[in-house]
Unconditional design. Structure first.
Length: 66
């Protein structure tokens, strides 16, 4: 989920990739942002990197367009 958020994948695409309903995906994103203390997805991504939750392959996928 964090990888999809970091890539900027639209929710409709990400929820399909992760086999979730759009409502479940949106709810989980909101819960994740709350857990991170973030007010936006950008802040959430920054917090996830800072905490070491997004590393290596997850970040490499953004450069590859993937």
């Amino acid at each position: 989920m964090l990888a999809e958020l970091s890539r900027g994948t639209p929710d409709t695409v990400a929820c399909r990739k992760l086999h979730m309903s759009p409502r479940t995906y949106s709810r989980r994103v909101a819960e994740l942002l709350e857990c991170l203390g973030a007010e936006s997805r950008f802040q959430g991504g920054a917090q996830a990197v800072r905490r070491g939750w997004l590393v290596g392959a997850c970040l490499a996928g953004t450069a590859e367009g993937g």
